[in-house]
Design a protein around this ligand. Structure first.
Ligand code: S3P
Length: 441
């Protein structure tokens, strides 16, 4: 489709085929790997990152069986308690998945053998000291490259010590790595983080979490409990939903219903930001499923009238994966966007601050880059020639600019889209199937 002709795009429909949540899928598989007996995970994600976690568990000797029926995946994992894993024959390939590498490292820290974790070029550049420090303090031997990145060489200890650890960053991957290690330690551990990162691991394990007077959050974990085999049902991914919501908001007339979406408050702060900026978004039919609120998101035609400005440390932590979408949307709708206190965004699958600034500038936006964010001031020109968008192999950058291509006013040509199945394998089908009554200008 030619983007120049799509300014009157109408988005209507009910979507019940969003990808299952990536974060919850990873955790369900990892918790099943520590349980006693056979766990069943219904609606497991077919995203490449989640498949990487399953492959890693199989490489570590677990029985992992995946069946697909009508596009819905069910995974069965049989384990024999906290110490079920066996040494892998080779280095464990984590591909593009930081969640696999960091959270699995927490489990491997407690296994009495050596493992090596590797990944693709993007993952091999990402910081790993953040997990190496606490896992070493608990008694594992963890070695990193001189740049403090993977390969991660871990020799686990069957006798990990409990820890009281204050993380310098709000990271659910770091917190979960420590929680998984702490399940194997004899005693109570506590993990304190400067803002509340996504709390799926706590919910799935029934852990206590509290907000401290200084605004930090503390999670407590008691070790060496027996985890029973479980039955998990994975809801749809709110971070994937965000891209379809953006498409509906940018369209001329839309009414889109996204069903069975995870509405965990640590994941849907972006809906509040969009509402405050003028978007008409409602949530309906909310129910508790496996400890997570799950319901429908209804988006109707509304244009953003107020530019987005994201700066609070809690807000940044709560919308960390949606910033590419929010920046693109705010820039296109209001010609303004500001982000601060988000240096973490430089450590994702790409340096997302640099990636967004570079591409928005190419689209004609005047941007100022900060160490921890950026400002979009105005659109100085609308390019007449096709604009080359560099995705840096990052699925969320690719999806954000694919959505932008519908109403950028200029033709956007993405350097690649092969990264998108990392989190959203049916992205193109989902975006195309929501088009209805397409009107050409
Ligand atoms: C995730 C946590 C976040 C997020 C990532 C998934 C998780 O990373 O960006 O996509 O499932 O725990 P950090 O823990 O590095 O913030």
């Amino acid at each position: 489709m030619n983007p120049h002709t799509l300014r009157k795009l109408t988005i209507t429909g009910t979507v019940n085929s969003l990808p299952p949540d990536k974060s919850i899928s990873h955790r369900a598989a990892l918790i099943a790997a520590l349980a006693h007996g056979t766990s069943h995970i219904d609606n497991f994600s077919g995203g490449l990152d989640n498949q990487t976690t399953l492959q890693a568990l199989a490489a570590l000797g677990l029985e992992v069986v995946q069946t697909i029926h009508n596009d819905r995946r069910t995974v069965r994992i049989r384990a024999n308690g906290l110490w079920s894993l066996k040494p892998a024959a080779n280095a464990i390939e984590c591909h593009n998945s930081g969640s696999t590498m960091r959270m699995l490292a927490g489990i491997l820290a407690a296994q009495p053998f050596s493992s090596v974790l590797i990944g693709d070029a993007s993952l091999m550049r990402r910081p790993m000291k953040r997990i190496a420090d606490p896992l070493s303090a608990m008694g594992a031997e963890v070695a990193l490259s001189p740049a403090q990145t993977a390969p991660i060489r871990i020799t686990g200890s069957k006798h990990l010590r409990p820890i009281s650890y204050t993380s310098p960053i709000a990271s659910a991957q770091v917190k979960s790595a420590i929680i998984f290690a702490a399940l194997h330690a004899d005693g109570t551990s506590e993990i304190i983080e400067p803002a509340c990162s996504r709390d799926h691991t706590e919910r799935m394990l029934g852990l206590e979490r509290e907000c401290l007077p200084n605004g930090y959050y503390r999670t407590r974990v008691s070790g060496i409990a027996t985890l029973p085999a479980r039955h998990f049902v994975i809801p749809a991914d709110p971070s994937a939903a965000a891209f379809l919501i953006a498409l509906a908001l940018l369209a001329d007339r839309s009414e889109l219903v996204l069903q069975r979406v995870c509405l965990n408050p640590t994941r849907i702060a972006y809906l509040d930001l969009l509402r405050a900026a003028g978007a008409c978004i409602a949530v309906e039919s909310v129910q508790d499923e496996c400890g997570e609120p799950v319901g429908s998101i209804v988006v109707t035609t509304s244009k953003l009238t107020t530019p987005l400005c994201i700066s609070g440390k809690q807000t940044v932590a709560s919308v960390i994966d949606e910033i590419p979408m929010l920046a693109m949307l705010s820039a296109l709708a209001t010609e303004r966007f500001e982000l601060q206190n988000a240096e973490e965004l430089r450590t994702k699958e790409s340096d997302r601050i640099a990636a967004l600034v570079k591409n928005l500038r190419r689209m004609g936006f005047e941007c100022e880059e900060y160490p921890d964010g950026f400002l979009v001031r105005q659109r100085k020109f609308v390019p007449s020639a096709p604009v080359h968008i560099e995705t840096f192999g990052d699925h969320r950058i690719a999806m954000a600019f694919h959505i932008a291509s519908y109403c950028a006013g200029a033709e956007l040509v993405l350097s690649e889209v092969a990264s998108i199945p990392v989190s959203f394998p049916n992205f193109f089908e989902s975006t195309e199937s929501t088009h209805y009554g397409l009107e050409l200008c």
